[in-house]
Design a binder for this molecule. Structure first.
Ligand SMILES: Cc1cc2nc3c(=O)[nH]c(=O)nc-3n(C[C@H](O)[C@H](O)[C@H](O)COP(=O)(O)O)c2cc1C
Length: 434
């Protein structure tokens, strides 16, 4: 992947913005809010440049549509900008491209103020809207929409494109063909608050754009690619995301950049299979086992095996490797009835990448109770990985026989990858009973 270099100086965005609404395209207005002070988003993402909640208003000859809203604390700014742009009785549609609270904070109050408005959202957003509106859901006018459906505003219309899992199952994009504006919600978003709003006017936000992708979109990379395939044929002039700068001077570059970020460097169907073995070892026993598993796996033709000592390593660089790998084996001694912290750190970070269906395995040395291997296996199962082999445990120092067992374990893992052994998967209930 070759991403252009980041700015050498830290970005210094302008954190104050226009008081009122901002024109994005003819009959399209930004009515969102700036949140320059935000330093952590969704608990998982550092936001050193704050963020914006972008809400848009589309005016047609027969009413207006509000597309997404803002986080609850910012409803004041949202309603003020809305009221400068339209009146509540003009609202024909409230389009919810994604039901996460940072986009729906003003929805309950907006529905109260505009009870005539039809709420348009994907079918998978329905239960989320029900949870958001509570008892008021039953009185609201709600229409599920998907690809092929549209909403009429008189002289213009909105078309919907179902793009699940960019970022939640409910996500969709809304297309305003006459103005060539695509409202993409979290897709193409970035946490970067700059009151100048437009990509060609704000400071360099590429770091924020890539970081947003890494923490929000990367776990759904294949869904992102599917969404891009649907969007690419559209003749868009503006990509209007729900966070960060509005992309209007080179929108196709941002699509290409996103595709690059979403594209695996190594093809999943590559002939050579990749197995990564990670371990931590205080006294060398788990390390010996790791080496034996490595040596055994290497005997299987067509498998590239690599061994890594996790102790003292930064986890982040391994995520790229794991994402491209076909399988991982994790080794840990049992310390105080658990796997060691470094291994848990690695396992915690695996939520940032797609792991479903990859081969997983655990191994380790122990003194008397040996819980660590089973705990790691449960976590790998939780990550929807495929576990073909019950974990390998040895008591204290591995004997020559146990090292041979380790080599056989490695061979069997490798054969699962090449398909020379019949695919199998251990039963979780059986695992718990062990
Ligand atoms: C601080 C400490 C706590 C330990 N706690 C456990 C434990 O709870 N259960 C267990 O089976 N072994 C326990 N052990 C024993 C280790 O798992 C054992 O020494 C193992 O062989 C170490 O593997 P290594 O050489 O790969 O570090 C503990 C060892 C240490 C040093």
């Amino acid at each position: 992947m070759s991403v252009p270099p980041f700015a050498l100086r830290p970005p210094a965005p302008r954190t104050t913005g226009p008081e009122g609404p901002v024109t994005v395209a003819p009959g399209v207005t930004w009515i969102g809010a700036l949140d320059p002070g935000l330093r952590s988003f969704d608990v998982i993402l550092k936001t050193s440049n704050g963020t914006t909640y972008n809400s848009y208003l589309v005016r047609g000859s027969e009413g207006v549509a509000v597309i997404d809203t803002v986080k609850a604390e910012f409803t004041g700014a949202f309603f003020k900008r809305f009221e400068e742009s339209a009146s509540y009785d003009e609202i024909r549609y409230i389009v919810l491209n994604h039901l996460e609270p940072d986009h729906t904070g003003a929805v309950p109050e907006l529905v109260r103020r505009a009870p005539q408005a039809e709420i348009l959202l994907s079918p998978r957003g329905l239960p989320m809207l029900r949870a958001l509106l509570g008892a008021e859901f039953d009185n609201a006018k709600v229409r599920p929409v998907t690809t092929g459906h549209s909403a009429d505003l008189g002289d213009r219309k909105l078309d919907f494109i179902n793009t699940p899992y960019v970022h939640w199952p409910d996500t969709q994009c809304t297309w305003l063909a006459d103005a060539r504006v695509l409202f993409t919600c979290d897709l193409f978003g970035s946490h970067f608050c700059d009151g100048r709003l437009f990509e060609d006017q704000v400071d360099d936000f590429r770091l924020a754009f890539d970081n947003y992708f890494d923490r929000i979109m990367r776990p759904f990379r294949s869904f992102v690619t599917s969404a891009l395939d649907k969007i690419e044929p559209l003749d868009f002039a503006v990509l209007a995301p729900a966070h960060g700068p509005i992309l209007r001077s080179a929108p196709r570059d941002w699509l290409a950049r996103t595709r690059l970020l979403a594209t695996p460097r190594r093809k999943a169907d590559s002939a050579e299979k990749v197995l990564l073995i990670f371990y931590v070892s205080a006294y060398g026993s788990t390390a010996q086992l790791a080496q034996a598993i490595h040596d055994g796996a290497e005997e299987e033709p067509g498998v590239r095996v690599s061994l890594f000592d996790l102790e003292g390593s930064d986890i982040s660089p391994f995520l790229d490797l794991i994402e491209e790998a076909d399988g991982i084996a994790l080794g840990t001694p049992t310390i105080n009835g658990d796997a060691v912290r470094t291994v848990w750190d690695m396992l915690a970070r695996l939520v940032d990448i797609e792991t479903k269906g990859k081969l997983g395995a655990a191994f380790g040395s122990y003194g008397w109770s040996g819980e660590a291997v089973r705990l790691v296996e449960a976590r790998l199962q939780g990550l929807k990985m495929r576990l073909p082999e019950p974990g390998l445990r040895v008591k204290l120092h591995p004997s020559p026989e146990e090292l041979e067992e380790g080599r056989a374990f490695g061979r069997r893992l490798a054969q699962q990858l090449t398909g020379t052994a019949a695919p199998r998967e251990i039963d979780f209930a059986e695992l718990a009973a062990r």
